[in-house]
Design a protein around this ligand. Structure first.
Ligand code: B12
Length: 465
């Protein structure tokens, strides 16, 4: 009998069971699992998925697991996924004691000691899994499973690994009533369905204290980017298969390498793509490379996720962002100039941050007037220098892994007044009346630009089937 493997997506810390389609964290695939699936299938393994977001509860999970009856389960895990991942593993071993349990993902790599304490785990794979996971499956199948529990994942050549297996998710979601208008859930009006997400590379050369060095452990210190030809080939396949009308790059900072971006915009246009897309970037890069921004806008870029983080230079320095408030302002001006929507990421409640410094961020947001606000209470994540700082100074108020999720209301560190921060967060998102009017104008303009005769006919119900 061939070995049967079930991958488990435990991402229910944010929205719970039965949450498919409710926003990004419940409407996007895990590229980690999709990539492992593609790599394992390429070696002839049978792989399926249980996505907890599609199920109604732990009883349902037990039923589905019993139906699938896998020999191996592979669970992915960010720090925020710890509780549901642990529970899924416990249930699997209870159901079938001889099942082989494997875990991997950011938390396993970044907090290995902690992950080793999870009961019933047979193997922990650190770093990347495309080479190591199929090798482990082969060893298990052939009856010579490794004697040691921790396996260090081998770094794959990103141009050589198979394209992420989105059907792993889509087939599973379809079983539970997901209608598949769109492979993944679009999240802004600039990006119409069908929508997909894609990753052009791994790693990030910057050194922000709220993220690093954790991510270096996962992907290495340098960014490894796929060739432009490889990314365009994936987009061509995605278009053929899912007819995507828009997409988003997940790369931490796609614009890090100007030459790569320019080559991409040329290749994208040359292949006749016009679909709008979003990506993540930094204010200093926008400010320094306006020419690149212009080319991206011309190729279809409709929005940037920008980590503005703070409106105060001391705070930006403290978190090692490597940007200035002036660059934040300049970046926003450049985005406006090219009609690029701004998704503003920023935080409040950092260690050492005063109320006056928080107010600088409130003022900056009013000035920038982003299209989308994405504020967070600073959360110390394991594996980062600011986490170590919070531990050394006895600041952390996080008592459960669930609190690593974003945007909740609970306090994260000592020394901050969360009532004030809640007020400041709301105030930062209150548009001045004139700005609200300008935003309304921008939205109308975008809508007219998108209204092709075919779309208008469709809206009026006059389109031919
Ligand atoms: C896209 C993304 C999201 C998306 C979607 C996540 C998803 N469905 O996967 C959204 C926006 C929803 C999101 C949300 C959050 N995210 Co996020 N996200 C990312 C991002 C940018 C890309 C993830 C990705 O696809 N990577 C590429 C794939 C190929 O890598 P991978 O998933 O790590 O998988 C590889 C290995 O880890 C390993 N592996 C993974 N699983 C398994 C399982 C087995 C069995 C094996 C053998 C191996 C293995 O092999 C895989 C292939 O090589 C990463 C940063 C990054 N560059 O990775 C952050 C990142 C994963 N996110 C992070 C965080 C903190 C969050 C949030 C908690 C808060 C936030 N910053 O917004 C929320 C939590 C959401 C929730 N559940 O409540 C952290 C995790 C840190 C940690 N200690 O866990 C990261 C690393 C960013 C960072 N440096 O801070 N995120």
């Amino acid at each position: 009998m061939p070995l049967k493997t079930t991958l488990i997506c435990p991402s229910i810390a944010g929205r719970g069971f039965n949450s498919l389609k409710q926003g990004m964290d419940a409407g996007w695939i895990s590229h980690g699992l999709a990539s492992l699936s593609a790599a394992a299938k390429a070696q002839g393994f049978e792989v399926d998925l249980i996505d907890l977001r599609a199920l109604s509860g732990w009883g349902h999970f037990r039923e589905v697991l019993a139906e699938r009856d896998p020999d191996v389960i592979g669970v992915t895990m960010m720090s925020v996924d710890y509780n549901p991942a642990r529970q899924a593993i416990a249930i699997a071993k209870e159901f079938k004691p001889e099942i082989v349990t494997v875990i991997g993902g950011p938390h396993v790599t970044i907090a290995l000691e902690d992950s080793l304490r999870i009961p019933h785990v047979d193997y922990l794979v650190t770093r990347e899994g495309e080479v190591t996971f199929p090798s482990l499956l082969r060893a298990i199948e052939e009856g010579h499973a490794p004697p040691h529990r921790v396996l260090r994942g081998e770094m794959p050549d990103l141009d050589a690994i198979p394209i992420a297996d989105r059907d792993l998710f889509l087939n599973e979601w379809q079983k539970w009533g997901y209608d598949l208008d769109s492979p993944e859930v679009p999240f802004v009006e600039e990006l119409p369905p069908p929508f997909v997400t894609i990753i052009a590379g791994r790693g990030c050369i910057y050194n922000c204290a709220f993220c690093k060095p954790g991510e270096d452990y996962l992907f290495g210190k340098r960014t490894r980017r796929r060739s432009v030809a490889n990314v365009i080939a994936e987009l061509e396949m995605l278009h053929k298969r899912y007819h995507f009308a828009s997409f988003m790059f997940h790369d931490d900072c796609l614009t890090e390498d100007r030459e790569w971006v320019i080559e991409f915009t040329e290749g994208y246009k040359a292949r006749g793509f016009t679909q709008p897309f979003f990506c993540q970037t930094r204010a200093d890069i926008i400010a320094k490379h306006e020419d690149m921004v212009a080319r991206m806008a011309d190729a279809g870029l409709r929005g940037y996720f920008v980590g503005f983080e703070s409106g105060n230079d001391r705070v930006l320095k403290f978190i090692r962002k490597g940007t200035t408030v002036e660059q934040n302002r300049q970046a926003a001006r450049i985005c406006r100039k090219y009609g690029i929507s701004i998704w503003a990421n920023y935080m409040m409640g950092l260690p050492t941050e005063t109320e006056e410094e928080v107010m600088d961020t409130v003022r900056l947001m009013k000035e920038i007037d982003p299209d989308y606000y994405s504020p967070a209470f600073f959360t110390p994540h394991p594996g980062t220098d600011l986490y170590d700082y919070a531990v050394e100074h006895d600041l952390s108020r996080i008592t459960d892994y669930d609190s690593y999720r974003r945007n909740p209301t609970e306090p994260k560190i000592k020394g901050q007044d969360y009532e004030f921060l809640k007020w400041a967060m709301a105030e930062s998102q209150r548009r001045k009346p004139f700005n609200a009017f300008k935003r309304w104008g921008r939205r109308q303009w975008r809508r007219t630009r998108r209204a092709t005769p075919a779309k208008v006919m469709h809206k009026l119900g006059l389109a031919r089937a």
